[in-house]
Design a protein around this ligand. Structure first.
Ligand code: NAD
Length: 381
């Protein structure tokens, strides 16, 4: 079984899908691994590191593609790459199958078997493969650092001979994986942190990190599904949350928003008036930019200035911490690949409760019901 890794080509992407320590594990499982020259440099890994780990390094992208049984990537390969892989080849990466299913038509038509890291079920058995959580952890951490770097004040309470410096106030909206890591990081830097989430279970986790959980009376409506994920709220329930947030925003130095509802546009948690009510020098970091944003005035990957308030919406913070983001991602994909390798050969068991649900296309068919529905939604637009 030949596993290939190419240079990532999307702008600003510095991660690599497999780090040398993972290559070693795959080689030990009797797979062979080929890496495109320079693929690990963004994550501080040289071609020599890969050779030492047992990989073959090649500059011949075409040969890498035609000889690959499995192509592993971080972001979705281009349509051109999908077309060059041999029929029946396997692709494993983030594929954005629910947001942009039409981008996978080339893979479908070429008879590729594609697995999406976004679709790996969040069951106990698949925890080691949960790349969404790994990347959200990195993004939440980096968002807190960005906030600390951008505001014209310090985070911690300091008592000095020149007087007392009060701590910064950080408000985190959405206390899932990214939000909790943002809270933990801001707390470590000494900020006073408050957080809001619609899931009641988040309250305990927020408090255990030493932050205050903001409670909103949502009238007893259901806010989460059976899987523990937030559901789309009614406009009335969203408005109650927004009113509370606008009030708290007036005294915040940094607001980090991470609210998402799987498969839907991100909920709007702050409108223009809420941003305009913030202090001069305050910073908003909207981490939901790739699904429409939590803040009406944020623009994905742009810096918006509004009357002394800066609004950032970086869509790929994990790529700004490429070593650790790659290390975590590489371990996630390697755990998944181990499900596909049997005696060094490719073995696809679609009845496996992790492999089957993660599959997007196989033998010319859409394999996932949600992706099929997303595809129908696209074509009826
Ligand atoms: P996510 O990225 O889908 O959403 C981020 C957060 O936004 C969630 O906490 C959600 O409740 C919140 N949110 C949604 N709408 C909101 C609104 N209108 N106002 C405020 N907040 C809103 O979620 P995630 O971080 O990927 O994970 C969410 C859940 O999944 C958590 O319960 C987490 O513990 C669980 N989880 C389980 C596993 C596992 O079992 N393997 C792994 C990761 C996460």
């Amino acid at each position: 079984m030949n596993i290939a890794v190419l240079n990532e080509t999307s702008p600003g992407e510095a991660r690599v899908a497999l780090m040398p320590d993972s290559v070693q594990k795959l080689v030990a499982a009797k797979a062979s691994v080929s890496i495109e020259g320079g693929a690990g440099l963004g994550a501080a890994r040289t071609d020599d590191d890969y050779v030492a780990a047992g990989a073959t390094v090649s500059e011949d992208r075409e040969a890498l593609l035609t000889s690959a049984d499995v192509l592993v990537g971080v972001t979705r390969p281009s349509a051109d790459v999908f077309k060059r892989l041999r029929k029946g080849g396997v692709v494993l990466s983030f594929l954005r199958p629910l947001d942009e299913p039409e981008q996978l038509v080339a893979a479908l038509e070429n008879g590729l078997t594609t697995f999406s890291m976004e679709l790996v079920p969040r069951i106990t058995r698949a925890q080691a493969m949960d790349a969404l959580s790994s990347m959200a952890t990195v993004a939440g951490y980096k968002a807190a650092l960005l906030g600390a770097d951008r505001i014209p004040r310090m985070f911690p309470l300091l008592m000095t001979a020149a007087g007392t410096v009060p701590p910064a106030r950080v408000l985190v909206l959405g206390a899932g994986v990214a939000g909790l890591q943002a809270i933990a990081t801001a707390r470590r830097l000494g900020a006073v942190v408050e957080a809001y989430d619609v899931r009641a279970a988040a309250g305990e986790q927020v408090r255990s990190l030493g932050a205050k959980f903001l409670e909103v009376d949502l009238g007893g409506i259901q806010t989460e599904d059976k899987g523990g994920y937030a559901v789309e709220l009614s406009e009335e329930a969203l408005k109650r949350g927004r009113d509370l947030i606008a009030e708290q925003a007036k005294t915040a130095d940094v607001i980090i928003t991470t609210a998402q509802v799987p498969g839907r546009r991100a909920p709007v948690l702050m409108d223009e008036a809420a941003v305009d009510g913030m202090k001069r020098g305050a910073v908003v970091i909207d981490l939901a930019g790739s699904t429409g944003g939590n803040v009406t005035v944020s623009k994905a990957d742009e810096i918006v200035e509004r009357d002394g308030v800066t609004i950032l919406s970086p869509t790929n913070l994990p790529a700004t911490v490429p070593v650790h983001a790659s290390q975590l991602y590489s371990r996630n994909v390697t755990a998944f690949l181990n499900l596909l390798i049997k005696d060094g050969e490719l073995h696809l068991d679609m009845n496996d409760d992790v492999v089957g649900p993660s599959c997007v296309t196989h033998e010319g068919k859409w394999m996932n019901q949600r992706v099929r529905e997303a595809m129908q939604g696209q074509s009826s637009r």
